[in-house]
Structures are given as structure tokens and as C-alpha cells.
Design a protein around this ligand. Sequence first.
Ligand SMILES: [Mg+2]
Length: 456
Amino acid sequence: MSGEGRPGYNRRSVLKSSLAVLAGSALGRTAQAAEPEIRNVNPASSPSALKITDMRFAVVVKPGPSPCVLIRIDTNQGVYGLGEVRDIAGPQYAMVLKSRIVGENPLNIDYLFQKIAQFGGNARQAGGVCAVEMALWDIAGKVYNIPVYQMLGGKWRDSIRIYADTTESQDPKEYGRRAKERKAMGLTWMKMDLGIDVLDGIPGTVMRPAGLDKWELHDQPNPFIATEVTDKGIDRLCEYVAAVRENIGYDMPLSMDHLGHIGVKSVIRLGKAYEKFNLEWMEDVIPWYYTDLLKEIREASPTPILTGEDIYQFSDFETLCKEHAVDKIHPDLATSGGILQTHHIGDMAFRYGVPMAMHFAGTPVGCMACVHCAAATRNFLALENHSLDVTFWQELVTGIEKPIIDRGFIKVPDSSGLGVMLNDDEVKRHLKPGTGYFEPTPMWDEPQSWDDALFS
Ligand SMILES: [Mg+2]
């Protein structure tokens, strides 16, 4: 391949560099300083001529939220990028984008994101768009030989604080014991899942009309299922929080998730009952799009609230922050538009005085996308991890210091791109049964709908 035409590389510059080296050895440092070496440009790449040639996927199964879809975007210069679809979303969310990106220069990240953004939606529906965006950053980092965080403006921190929950138990004492174990692992921030499901079978704790079907219980928003927790129920829930606090003390931030689908007034009463436990936040207490109801809860509850893991649009985060409807936001980068959008969301929230924690439940590939974004975003607090008990989790990748999570922190890598490569053998051991390892995907070569144009 000819080097002519590449930035920072032509025959004349090579000749000049060679002369400079010769001169430098003869004349000393002064001559060398006059002809500085060209650094940080990978001579094996030719950015302007880079083209996407293919996109393939592999589906990993692991304990906790799973399956997790990894994607690989290939180029005409052998450089490839890795990305990850939001946990539990299928590969189709990414693959429908293949025909929209093949032939494009992967370094035009914002252009490509805007081109495919219309195919993303809330929660898991954004998984494909975000996976592609992560993979483009991985390619860009490899081509220019710099870590992703550097392309976002540099880092605010060298290591990323991790927070995690424990497995659940019906026994408050056991809950407390598991929390203590987490603290012993070195975590500096914890979360507990505690909802009205632990009150199942205890009479007089939850008021709810009998006979609600599965769809109503899972998909009907809180205000429409008339479910409230009683004083007896609240007392029982407090026993769990007290047990956890007894075991981890009051110096460590403790957050709470999965309260169950209860009414606004019940959330407020719980927020008041939990005040003495000094919780860092109660999460996703009602669906995120009820801005006014969130505001009502925030104003009445002394326990802070947070939401965001299902939000795709920047403007929806902006509404929550501008209205101060929540105390903190909690995007999942695999839903909130990927690395650059989530960085922008953080910067926007900073201007309103709103901090940003980050939701995450996938493999180390998606985790590293979060790590680079968190490193480069000022108002970041802590990044979630659901795999502290999954021994093979960190073995899925190579090229990074192990343990990846060390005493509750992940060191921000300085290698190029996302900073991880796949451990092929380990990933193959955990493929979803019946699926292959980055097999050809010709069925996605052509668009199957004429749906790019949103206006005529
Ligand atoms: Mg959550």
C-alpha cells in the first residue's frame, strides 16, 4: 500500500526524518528538536480511505442479565471495532443497521450515529444503535492509537468507582450478611433491591385488587394498578434496610432499586420511612416519563430519587434535569445513545447541578465503553456492575489489567480504543446454545424496509 496522501506521511517527510536522525547523531539534541518525530499516527492505517466492510455478532450467556450480544465491525484495513447491544436485547437491533453503515468511513462517528439514531428507542430498543456507536469509537481509537476517553476531551479520573447489589433473600439477616460480604470485597458504594415482592404471603402488607394479570403487573404503569403498601408492609421493609445498614454501617452510600410497582403516595411514605437509613437514592420509583409525578415525589420524599436506565433521548434527560424532577440521573450507555451522547448528557446534567451514576449489566466490552465515558465526564458518581460473582466475566477479554475490578474500582486503560480484545476461547465457551461465533451475516446486507426517510 502506498503511503502517499496519508496525513503525516509522504516520501519527502520520510527523507527529512531520516536526515534528521543522521544529523541528530552527529550534531546532538538541537538538530533533533528542529525535526521532531511524528508520533501517535498508526502508519498501518489510512484514515481517509477507511471503509466499513462487515458487521457480525456473537451472543454470550452469563448469570444475571443475559443474553448479551457482542458485535464486531470490520473494515477494509483490518482494523475492527467491538460493541455491545444492551443486555437482554436481541442481535436484530444491531443487524438491521448493517446495510446503513457498510461502505461508510467508521471515523465519521457523529454522522453515522445521526444516520442510524432513528432506529433506536427506549430501553432495549436502543441497544443496536449504541452497540454500533461503541464499535466506531473502538475503531477510531485503534486507528489513531489513543484511548477513547482521550477523544472525549481527556479524563477527570484514573479509576472508575463501581457499585453493586447482592442477591436477594427473604431473610433480612441473610440480606445483611450478603451486604457485608460485598463490603469486604472492597466496594465503596452499594445498592440493595428491595420491593413489595418480599411481602408476598404476609397478610395486611400490600393493598392490591386481586386477579391482576401478568401484563398488568409488569407493563401497566404504577398509577393504573392501584397497588399501595401498608404501614405493616413498610415496617417489614424497614427491617431489611436496618439489617443491611447494621452490617455495612452508615459511612458507605447505599442505594435502593426495584421497589415494585406502587403508587406515588406509597413511594413518598416509603421515602419518609427510609429517611433514617440515609439512602443515596431510590431508583425508578415510577416510569421515568411522568415528570410531574416524579417532581411531586422528589418534593415530598426526604430520600432522594433517581431514574434514567430506560431513557434514549437526550431531550428526556434534559427535561428531568431542567425540572429537577429527580436528584440524580442514571443512564445506561447502551440505551442513552452510546459513548458521546452519554458524555453530552453528563455535561448537560452538570449545568443543572445533577450528578450522574451509570447503569450497566453486560460484558467487559460494554463495561469499557462506560469506563471511558465515565472517565471523561465530570459529574460521574459510580458505575453499576452485575457480575461480581461471575468468575468468567473478566476472562471474556484480554489486553487489560486483571482483576478488571480491583477493590471496587476499574483502572482506566491507556491502550488504544476501548482497550480490550476478545478471549475467543472463553467467549466460545459461553455462547448462547445454537448460535455461532461471528458467523457471516449476508441476510442483513440489504435493507429489508424502505424506512430511512422520515419526511417526503
Ligand atoms: Mg435499576
